[in-house]
Design a binder for this molecule. Structure first.
Ligand SMILES: Cc1cc2nc3c(=O)[nH]c(=O)nc-3n(C[C@H](O)[C@H](O)[C@H](O)COP(=O)(O)OP(=O)(O)OC[C@H]3O[C@@H](n4cnc5c(N)ncnc54)[C@H](O)[C@@H]3O)c2cc1C
Ligand code: SF4
Length: 326
């Protein structure tokens, strides 16, 4: 049986107290939201914090509300609440769909949006017991010096495996980060970096407090498709999120696609400006699928065949647009 290492648990009622605890125990502390990622990782000795700060009691981190032209979603909103929220389902069906596709029902009740966006990257050589990793000689993400995925690689390429991130990227969302120095809002596009050791720009003294999603104009269509081995629980082997703003005549004003679960950063497909003014028909969608396919190269960081994952990209682009146009 895998056990947790010893730690002291703190349950602050106010955000300021949580931030003060992060500062006081700097270098020896981790935040916990639902714990569905952190607890298994602690059992695997991937993290051994002496202090754990729970965010559950901090009421300002909860809830979904309209604010100006945005839907604001608190970081502690559970994935299950996100999946069943009627405003989310109406305004952003792809976000509701991604939330519904995360893990299984119990994990969705416990897991939160903030925890999902800050999810540790995953790799077949990393998400293993300490015994297993030690036998392999560890790797550069934790305790070692080499990468087993990219031989000779100097940078970890563990996979961004969070389902909500690619969708929120297509929706132009931003996140608010609080620290003892104040609050800063940054576009989600700038939140993720291509480094599997730590793939976000969040500082150790910061807490993600909320997500702001611009309320769409008429004509926005969104879709999300996820490839996984067992539909009932698995992490993604491939995520495809799409969003397209159509004009009154049905022509494209813009189109966005984000492909994830391949490398350490969700990939926003580049150079899609040329699709402006086109109809979102089968030929356009096939070209969009090819554009995504050209730019994406899965790695052996997940125990699912890379060639198959790559060939599924245009298929899932087509399915995501089909879902969006329903
Ligand atoms: C069997 C299994 C299957 C899973 N399948 C999926 C899946 O298909 N898709 C998927 O996306 N996820 C999956 N997960 C992972 C996880 O359940 C979800 O990502 C969940 O949303 C994580 O949220 P949490 O609140 O439990 O995070 P926690 O475990 O509490 O935290 C995760 C990380 O984020 C940090 N953190 C949490 N909240 C904040 C905050 N507000 N500010 C700053 N840092 C914060 C923590 O310190 C920790 O490092 C799975 C987990 C398991 C065990
Ligand atoms: S990608 Fe390489 S360095 Fe990163 S976790 Fe996997 S084996 Fe380790």
């Amino acid at each position: 049986m895998l056990t947790l290492p010893p730690f002291e648990y703190h349950a602050p009622m106010e955000l300021a107290d949580a931030l003060a605890l992060l500062q006081k125990h700097a270098g020896k502390v981790k935040l916990i939201a639902g714990g569905t990622d952190l607890v298994p990782n602690m059992k695997h000795r991937l993290f051994m914090p002496e202090h754990v700060v729970g965010l559950k009691q901090i009421s300002e981190l909860n809830g979904v509300r309209g604010e100006g032209g945005f839907l604001v979603i608190g970081a502690m909103t559970s994935i299950a609440d996100l999946a069943r929220n009627p405003r989310v389902a109406l305004l952003f069906p792809s976000l509701a769909r991604a939330a519904t596709a995360i893990a299984g029902p119990q994990l969705r009740e416990m897991g939160t949006l903030g925890g999902n966006l800050c999810l540790d990257t995953r790799c077949v050589y990393y998400n293993q017991t300490h015994f297993w990793r030690k036998a392999l000689g560890y790797c550069l993400k934790k305790d070692g010096t080499v990468c087993h995925v990219v031989k000779g690689g100097q940078k970890c390429v563990a996979a961004a495996s969070n389902d909500t991130a690619p969708v929120l990227l297509t929706l132009g969302a931003s996140v608010e980060l609080a620290s003892p120095n104040g609050r800063r809002a940054i576009p989600l596009e700038e939140f993720y970096v291509a480094d599997g050791v730590a793939n976000t720009v969040i500082e150790p003294n910061e807490i993600l407090t909320k997500v702001r999603v611009p309320i769409p104009r008429a004509g926005l269509v969104t879709g999300y498709q996820k490839l996984r081995i067992r539909a009932a629980i698995d992490y993604p082997s491939l995520c495809v999120a799409v969003a397209a703003q159509q004009q009154a005549d049905g022509k494209l004003e813009w189109v966005r696609m984000v492909i994830s679960a391949l490398g350490s950063k969700p990939h926003t497909v580049k150079r899609l400006e040329g699709f402006q003014g086109r109809a979102l028909d089968a030929a356009t969608i096939a070209e969009l699928g090819q554009a995504a396919h050209r730019q994406c190269h899965p790695l052996t960081n997940i125990n699912v065949e890379t060639g198959w994952r790559r060939e599924m990209i245009p298929v899932f682009v087509r399915r995501a647009f089909a879902e969006a146009m329903k």
